[in-house]
Design a protein. Structure first.
Length: 77
């Protein structure tokens, strides 16, 4: 369990936080006495994606939706 002083922690707090792995601890000391503890946590689990959540959101579609665009006619020939 590494220890750092308050002054060191203030200078490189961002680095300390980004270097922590889940479960790892860093003790912050003042006058050689522990005053705080940083503990790395795991990112929150993501919910699995559910199929069909946007069903019914397309209310209308143009009749020529899948027709070739006029700008690309010369490439299609």
């Amino acid at each position: 369990m590494p220890t750092v002083t308050i002054k060191e922690a203030q200078k490189k707090l961002s680095e300390l936080i980004h270097r922590l792995t889940p479960g790892e601890e860093v003790v912050i000391t003042e006058n050689d006495q522990p005053v705080a503890r940083l503990v790395g946590t795991a990112p929150p689990p993501r919910k699995p994606r559910q199929l069909g959540t946007l069903r019914g959101t397309v209310l209308s579609m143009a009749p020529d939706f899948d027709a070739p665009l006029d700008d690309f006619k010369e490439y299609m020939e």
